[in-house]
Write a protein that binds this ligand. Structure first.
Ligand code: ADP
Length: 455
């Protein structure tokens, strides 16, 4: 897989997680369950291990306690002791070796009797420190843990005390813990398998739950869209009716035939304006249906954006004059030669939408159209000193049918489709659109498009 497709998959994954926050909840809960289960299993494992060790120590301790009671009397009869040792080993399979040792010379220990006959009579200086401890304390048994070839052993030693009170020898056993270690490890492995099963099941349940949440979200969204559609239908019929009523009214005046030339001209201009409004509305509705059916065509070409800006500014000169606003076009000399790769008609439509909104939602002050260079892109800025909007209002700004419903916007005609269409178009031409706005201060829409690299 190439770095590029890896990066694409990674960013797709991130986008998926951003759009489905419930996945975080699912994964987080899964991890908590996992960690708790491993913690509990581990804790039970150590408790079981500890308990097993206690049992072994206590059992071997009591065996040795009993053994050393009669051992002094039988020390002189090795055959009898050997018989006892064999019997004890047979009854206690975890005892790995059983010997009786006694100090020999200054440092050495001599194996007096052993269940491993070959060792009997051997002398060694390297013995477990428990022998010395046991030899020095006639009352207690001592145990230490050793590991050989990865397997754990307990060595337990207990002094054999003659009736005179003198320590004669030390009885020493080694017990293997391998068996119990294996049992505990097997139980742990089993519990991890069970954990895997539980996790799998919980994942299935969580994902089902997440899907249900998704459906709930979709349902909520659908309800919102339905509500918006209803208000759109009300608005659209009003928007269609009002210019028609205006047109009809002026036509009736004109039909009376009593008007002077100047009034006729003015009425015809108003009819043309209302017809334009109607055409704009019908165009928006047609664009929405084309977008929804995936039939909106784009023919991308090399376009000089400053020409489009100037055309649009000229288009709106009458309207800004009527509202007593100032409309300025600010294009640095260096940007005049810059071209972009877009569909010219669609770019003009985008700028018309943004400029007509800026004029519509500004009562006094200015509307400014700017062009700026930004590395390999060109930014088109439409700024106004209008009514602005709050952060919450900005969030849904590019949603279909969304209109900000306030006392200030109530009287302003609109369908809530312009910005949705604008965003769709600009993104379809590999561009971006963003907005900054302060309520009561004004708004600033920034559109960026790919720069045409050819000179
Ligand atoms: P409309 O036909 O209602 O103008 P748009 O999609 O063009 O639909 O805009 C959506 C809403 O965004 C508008 O109803 C308006 O409330 C708000 N809006 C758009 N542009 C501006 C702006 N320049 N200043 C303040 N509000 C704006």
């Amino acid at each position: 897989m190439s770095t590029r497709s890896l990066r694409t998959s990674f960013s797709q994954g991130l986008a998926f997680l951003r759009d489905h926050p419930q996945v975080w909840v699912t994964a987080g809960t899964g991890m908590i369950i996992c960690a708790s289960f491993i913690g509990i299993a581990y804790r039970f494992g150590s408790i079981a291990e500890h308990a097993q060790e206690e049992v072994i120590t206590v059992r071997v301790g009591s065996i040795l306690d009993t053994f050393v009671l009669f051992a002094p009397d039988t020390l002189a009869h090795p055959e009898v002791l050997r018989g006892h040792i064999h019997a004890l080993r047979e009854q206690n399979p975890t005892i790995d070796s059983f010997s009786i040792v006694a100090p020999h010379g200054s440092n050495g220990w001599r194996v007096f009797i052993s269940d491993n006959g070959a060792k009997e009579g051997s002398v060694t200086e390297q013995v477990s420190p428990v022998l010395r401890l046991a030899y020095g304390d006639p009352v207690h048994a001592y145990t230490i843990e050793t590991t050989e070839q990865g397997e754990r052993y307990f060595t337990t030693a207990r002094a054999i005390v003659a009736s005179t009170g003198r320590v004669e020898a030390v009885a020493v056993t080694t017990q293997q813990l391998a068996e119990s270690d294996r049992n505990i490890a097997a139980s742990l492995v089993l519990s991890y398998y069970v954990l895997g099963g539980i996790l799998l099941l919980s994942m299935v349940l969580f994902f089902r739950h997440a899907r249900i949440l998704d459906f709930a979200r979709l349902y909520q969204k659908q309800l919102e869209i339905d509500e918006m559609k209803d208000s759109f239908l009300g608005m659209a019929s009003h928007e269609l009716k009002s210019p028609l009523t205006v047109i009809r009214g002026y036509i009736e005046y004109l039909q009376e035939g009593t008007l002077d030339e100047g009034t006729k001209k003015e009425f015809l201009r108003r009819i043309a304006f209302s017809a334009d409004e109607l055409r704009q509305l019908v165009d928006d509705i047609l664009d929405v249906s084309r977008i929804e059916m995936g039939r909106l065509r784009f023919s991308v070409d090399r376009v000089l954006p400053h020409e489009v800006c100037e055309e649009v500014a000229t288009m709106f000169s009458d309207e800004v004059a009527k509202k007593q606003l100032t409309l300025t076009v600010d294009i640095p000399e260096s940007v005049r030669v810059c071209a972009v790769q877009v569909d010219r008609g669609r770019l003009k439509q985008v700028l018309v939408n943004l400029t007509s909104n800026a004029i519509k939602y500004t009562r006094q002050g200015y509307v400014r159209i700017q062009l700026r260079e930004e590395a390999d892109r060109i930014a088109l800025v439409v700024q106004d000193s209008g009514i602005g909007m709050t952060a919450a209002e900005r969030e849904k700004l590019f949603n279909k049918f969304y209109r900000i419903e306030t006392d200030e916007t109530k009287a302003i005609a609109g369908t809530g489709l312009g910005l949705w269409i604008t965003k769709y178009m600009i993104e379809h031409m590999q561009g971006t659109i963003s907005v900054e706005s302060i309520k009561g201060e004004g708004s600033r829409f920034v559109v960026t498009t790919n720069r045409d690299p050819s000179p």
